[in-house]
Write a protein that binds this ligand. Structure first.
Ligand code: PLP
Length: 377
C-alpha cells in the first residue's frame, strides 16, 4: 500500500525515473506483528529481501537477528549494528573460504543440507552450530523454493550425525515452506518432518535444540492474505501437536513478510500501442520491467497491484511490458492486466507491494537503464 508518507514524498520530491520508496514505519509495524504473533520465536530477517542500510539499522535496533547468504550480507548486518551472535549464515551453498571469513567475523550458526557442506564447516568453522535444511514440497507457495535446498529428512539424520562426529554442534533442523505461502498448514507438514529427525537422533543420544521455520509469510498483492496472527496460531498449534510440551527453541526468517508491503515503486508509462488495428488488447510499456527489479513477475508468479490516477474508470485488458530490448521483458501477458482506458503515455503508475525482492534483482545497466533507485523514508 502507498502510505500517506510515501505519497507525500513522491509529491514533494518528484523523483525522476522509476524508483522504490520504502516506509520504515510499515517495517516497524511488521516486526512488531511478528513478535506478537510468535512471541517465543527469534526473528532472523532474511537480508536478501531488501538489504537497504536504513532497514537493517531499524531492525537491528529493535532486536532483530539476521539471516544472511554471503559474507557481504554478514558485513551489512554487522554494519547495521547486529552483533555476530545475532547473525546466521543460512545459505546451504558456501565457499569454504567464505565460511572461514564468516567464522573470523564471529559467526557460529550455519546451514547445511549435505555431509559435503558439513565437512567444509568442520574445517573452516570448528565447533560451530549447524542446522540441517530438509526439503519441503513448496505446495501452496506462489514462489516455491523447492528442490534446490534441503535434503530428505532421513538424510538430515545422517548429516547431523556426521556434524556431531566432526566436533560440530548438531543444533537443529530448518525448512522453508516456499515464499508467499498462503496455506497455513504448510508449517504443520514440515514440523512433522522436523520432529522425526529430532526423534531419530534422540534415540542415538544426539539432542537437537532448534527448529528454524524459515520464511514464507506473505505480502498482500491482489488477494487478501492471512494476518501474522493467523500464522502464529497455526504454527504454534503445529508445534504443540508435534513436540507436545517439549517445544524446542524456534526461529523464523521473514523476508517478504517484513518489507514487501512497506515499498511502492513509482513508474511511468512510456508507450501504449497495439499490434494491429483490430487488436482489442493494448500493450502498455512501463519504464520498469523484469530487468529493472520486477523479476518476480517471471512466469507471472507475483502479480502486483497497480494504481493509476484513473482508477474507478472503465478498464480493458493490457499486456504489460518493460522498456528493454529483450522479448522476455514482458510482465503480464498470459493473464492480461486490466488498466483504465483513459491511461495515457507519460502517466505515472504506482506498483504496490514492491518492498521485497526488487532493488536487489535489478540489472546494473541493461540497455543503459540504471539500477532501481530506492528511497527509505
Ligand atoms: C529467502 C529466504 C527467506 C525469506 O523468505 P520469504 O519467503 O521472503 O520470507 C528465509 N530463509 C531462507 C533460508 C531464505 O533463503
Amino acid at each position: 500500500m502507498a502510505t500517506q508518507r510515501i505519497l507525500d514524498f513522491l509529491a514533494t520530491r518528484r523523483p525522476n525515473g522509476p524508483c522504490l520508496v520504502v516506509d520504515l514505519d510499515v517495517v516497524r509495524d511488521n516486526f512488531r506483528a511478528f513478535e506478537k504473533a510468535l512471541p517465543d520465536s527469534k526473528i532472523y530477517y532474511a537480508v536478501k529481501a531488501n538489504p537497504a542500510p536504513e532497514i537493517l539499522r531499524l531492525l537491528a535496533s529493535m532486536g532483530s537477528s539476521f539471516d544472511t547468504a554471503s559474507v557481504a550480507e554478514v558485513e551489512m548486518a554487522m554494519d547495521a549494528g547486529a552483533p555476530a551472535d545475532r547473525i546466521s549464515f543460512g545459505n546451504t551453498i558456501k565457499k569454504e573460504r567464505d565460511i572461514l571469513r564468516a567464522y573470523e567475523l564471529g559467526i557460529r550458526l550455519f546451514a547445511v543440507d549435505c555431509v559435503e557442506e558439513v565437512e567444509k564447516i568442520a574445517r573452516a568453522a570448528p565447533g560451530s552450530r549447524v542446522f540441517c535444511r530438509v526439503l519441503t514440497d513448496g505446495e501452496g507457495a506462489e514462489w516455491p523454493l523447492s528442490r534446490k535446498f534441503g535434503c530428505v529428512p532421513a538424510m538430515a539424520v545422517d548429516v547431523l550425525r556426521h556434524a556431531k562426529a566432526l566436533g560440530l554442534d548438531a543444533y537443529g533442523v530448518s525448512f522453508h515452506v516456499g515464499s508467499q505461502q498462503c496455506d497455513l498448514s504448510a508449517w504443520d507438514r514440515a514440523l512433522g518432518d522436523a520432529k522425526r529427525v529430532f526423534e531419530t537422533l534422540a534415540e542415538e543420544g544426539i539432542v537437537l535444540k532448534m527448529v528454524n521455520m524459515g520464511g514464507g509469510f506473505p505480502t498482500r498483492y491482489l488477494k487478501d492474505v492471512p494476518a501474522a496472527q493467523a500464522y502464529g496460531q497455526a504454527i504454534f498449534a503445529a508445534l504443540r501437536k508435534h513436540f507436545g510440551n517439549r517445544i524446542p527453541e524456534t526461529i523464523i526468517e521473514p523476508g517478504r513478510g517484513m518489507v514487501g508491503n512497506a515499498g511502492v515503486i513509482k513508474s511511468e508509462v512510456v508507450l501504449i500501442s497495439k499490434k494491429a488495428d483490430n487488436d482489442n488488447v493494448r500493450w502498455v510499456y512501463l519504464d520498469i520491467g523484469k530487468f529493472g527489479g520486477l523479476a518476480e513477475t517471471m512466469d507471472e508468479a507475483i502479480r502486483y497491484p497497480i494504481v493509476t490516477a484513473h482508477d474507478g474508470s472503465e478498464t480493458a485488458p493490457c499486456v504489460l511490458a518493460g522498456p528493454t530490448c529483450d522479448s522476455a521483458d514482458v510482465l503480464y501477458e498470459k493473464t492480461p492486466y486490466p488498466l483504465p482506458l483513459s491511461l495515457t503515455i507519460g502517466d505515472d503508475v504506482l506498483i504496490e507491494g514492491t518492498g521485497a525482492y526488487t532493488t536487489t534483482y535489478s540489472a546494473v545497466a541493461f540497455n543503459g537503464f540504471e539500477p532501481l533507485r530506492s528511497y527509505v523514508i
